[in-house]
Design a protein around this ligand. Structure first.
Ligand SMILES: Nc1ncnc2c1ncn2[C@@H]1O[C@H](COP(=O)(O)OP(=O)(O)OP(=O)(O)O)[C@@H](O)[C@H]1O
Length: 661
């Protein structure tokens, strides 16, 4: 199959929905009557598209096709997947992704059952048959990506996490078992082993992890064996609205992390569908694993699985899938019952899903990927009305409310690289009245913003993913141009953020890591004092610790008292408070360290303990590929460091701080 033929297979990203049937006891609500799915409607819009709508919801979501509950996996296979298998023998990679809410039938569609084999099993049968005719062979690998963004080999769980490396554009794995497969039975046995490992942990659906299968096709001749292509099947963990899980903090963090990696994958689908120049492959482990099966001539099939009974998360997932494949403009025009303002909100919200982790990055990204906004927002006024993007986003992880306003869409259409952060008044303003500059950005790198859709949006009661750790910030306001500002209503804890203006902190002239960390530590100490009070606490200018000064001030007795009072009020023991804040500090220092790796020059990098010429060169190479390659300490494994070495390096750097006291 040449590339022209492959084009006929469909667009770069094809999104189909699949309504799962009722099964087991749920199938017969009344004796003798088979239950039918009555809350989802599938409507034909034109020759190419269908739309999906949900009872009591006004929006309709365009997809390429929707398979109903009576259409089985074999039909989906022959129409959607078989052409991709044929393409694989011509050297084209592809990825089939099942996503949806929990229990929506993702595993069923990919793996299937003994009676009804899933897409992966049907594909393997085809792979084997074609391979035999063409003198090719196949191997399979199974992996999971967990909430810590670690990839583990499911056929050899004792191994350390899989390393994802890139060699001349091809993704390579270190520590991932590949097993040659000669029959469907062999394959199914391996699949069962992988599932056993996954469930034995237990993972998918319990702690949540994504499960992936890679089928490698090899050409076989006398002396050599070379890879022809690969095909991926991904059974994503079920999406859950984290706000529903208010009680268990650690579970909530896990859900947020898993959701984030779902967004990362959907962001890539969106970026590929819209031919964006930068595709954020490095946002998560999964997207890195899939990188060379998403780009180039690769095809992506996104199967959006729908629960047969009402499920708000299902609606949200379909909306994201539809948007990811650039169907958003259809969606809004179809949605005749809503006013422009609502459309604008949805689009802005959708766009904001791609917001990166730092506030500075947020502002950049608002500019950078605003082409979508420009195309879709009907008028500036309507966008203005739809500005309350982070409304009511507080939840127990973050205790943060924030609001970002996008006030000028045309200005925002400049390419990302053209607009320096502080140009045209792109300031983040805190309730202290201070503007955020780069030095605050340093201290706030750990703030992760994932927007929520407004509660008022009838169709899209999406969850928010907010991680503000450890800083508690009130009133974040991105004021892009015209000076209009909005302020948030009460947040859990007010705070005043002390901002040190440090205009010399560009990557080129940045101070060494130890002094950056010291600045951060100063900011954090103050921030912790501020965030500990239940009311706004004004800190006079003389109490600010200048950048580069040696010592943060010891908190005054009065301040201590207020902290103690608050702790009593919160019912936390001093030990719990200390632990909580300590771990917040640790996260912040780690984020600062990563920021340094993502920005420092080679000579500066080499000042770090454990980073020599070779590793500094690798770091710069990674940065060429992606502007911010190091998102977690785990990413340092890509430059050949072990977990132990990474820990050691961090300890050394932090120890160094105290040597300078
Ligand atoms: N098309 C179908 N027809 C009948 N039953 C189905 C179908 N799809 C799924 N089921 C049943 O629904 C239940 C949930 O399916 P499945 O485990 O595939 O969902 P999932 O989305 O992978 O769940 P999770 O999010 O927990 O991983 C299972 O009992 C499965 O057998």
């Amino acid at each position: 199959m040449d590339s022209k033929q492959l084009d006929r297979v469909g667009p770069k990203v094809r999104v189909v929905s699949r309504i799962r049937g009722f099964s087991g006891p749920e199938a017969n609500s009344q004796p003798g009557t088979a239950r039918t799915v009555d809350w989802i409607s599938v409507n034909r819009e034109n020759s190419d598209d269908v739309s999906i709508s949900f009872r009591d919801h006004t929006s309709r979501y365009l997809v390429d096709y929707c398979y109903k509950e009576d259409e089985d996996s074999e039909m989906i296979y022959s129409r959607e997947v078989k052409p991709l298998v044929s393409a694989a023998f011509e050297g084209h990679n592809s990825t089939v992704i099942a996503h949806g809410a929990r229990g929506s039938g993702k595993t069923h569609i990919i793996q299937g059952s003994a009676e009804s084999p899933g897409l992966a099993v049907l594909a393997i049968a085809e792979f084997l048959s074609v391979a035999e005719k063409n003198g090719k062979s196949i191997t399979v690998s199974f992996y999971e990506v967990d909430h810590q963004d670690r990839a583990m080999d499911l056929l050899n769980p004792e191994k350390p996490p899989i390393l994802v490396l890139e060699d001349r554009g091809r993704i390579q794995f270190k520590g991932l078992t590949q097993i040659p497969v000669k029959s469907v039975t062999e394959f199914q046995n391996l699949y069962s082993t992988a599932c056993f490992t996954l469930k034995g942990a237990p993972k998918k659906g319990v702690h949540g992890s994504h499960m992936g299968l890679i089928v490698h096709v090899f050409s076989q001749n006398e002396s050599t064996r070379s890879i022809v292509s690969k095909m991926n099947f991904v059974d994503l963990t079920g999406y859950e609205d984290s706000r529903k899980k208010s009680s268990d903090g650690s579970r909530l963090i896990e859900i947020n992390k898993m959701n984030k990696s779902i967004y990362a994958l959907l962001n890539i689908c969106h970026a590929l569908s819209t031919n964006e120049s930068r595709i954020p492959y490095r946002e998560s482990k999964l997207t890195r694993i899939l990188q060379d099966s998403l780009r180039g001539t690769s095809k992506i099939l996104l199967v959006s699985c729908l629960n047969p009974s009402f499920c708000q998360d299902t609606i949200y997932m379909v909306s994201l899938a539809s948007r990811s494949c650039h169907r958003i403009h259809h969606q809004t025009s179809l949605d005749s019952t809503k006013k422009n303002v609502s459309s604008a909100k949805q689009m802005v919200n959708s766009h904001m899903k791609q917001i990166p982790k730092s506030v500075s990055g947020t502002a950049k990204k608002l500019h950078g990927s605003s082409k979508l906004l420009e195309k879709n927002v009907v008028s500036k006024k309507s966008a203005m009305k739809g500005r309350k993007l982070f409304d009511k986003a507080s939840h127990s992880v973050a205790k943060v409310e924030k609001e970002i306003s996008v006030t000028d869409i045309s200005q925002a259409s400049k390419p990302l690289t053209d607009i320096p952060l502080c140009e045209t008044g792109n300031h983040v303003v805190f309730n202290s009245g201070m503007e955020m500059d780069d030095s605050f950005a340093k201290a706030s790198q750990n703030m992760k913003l994932y927007p929520t859709l407004e509660n008022g949006d009838s169709s899209l009661n999406a969850s928010s993913e907010v991680e503000f750790n450890p800083l508690e910030v009130k009133d974040i306001l991105v004021d892009v141009e015209d000076g209009q500002k909005e302020h948030n209503t009460p947040c859990v804890s007010n705070c005043s953020i002390i901002v040190q203006k440090d205009h010399s902190s560009s990557p080129i002239s940045s101070p060494p890591i130890s002094s950056q960390l010291r600045d951060l530590s100063n900011s954090l100490k103050l921030t912790m004092l501020c965030s500990s009070t239940s009311s706004y606490m004004q800190i006079s200018e003389k109490e600010l610790i200048p950048v580069g000064s040696v010592e943060p001030k010891t908190p005054t007795i009065a301040q201590n008292r207020s902290i103690n009072r608050l702790d009593e009020m919160n019912g936390k023991s001093p030990w719990e408070t200390f632990n909580m804040r300590g771990s917040g500090m640790k996260n912040s220092i780690v984020q600062e360290y990563l920021r340094f790796l993502n920005t420092a020059e080679k000579s500066e990098l080499k000042r770090l303990k454990g980073i020599g010429e070779k590793r500094a060169t690798s770091i710069l190479e990674f940065r060429e590929e992606s502007p911010e390659p190091f998102k977690t300490l785990d990413d340092l494994k890509d430059i050949g460091l072990s977990t132990k070495q990474i820990k050691e390096m961090m300890k050394n750097e932090i120890g160094e701080l105290f040597n300078e006291l």
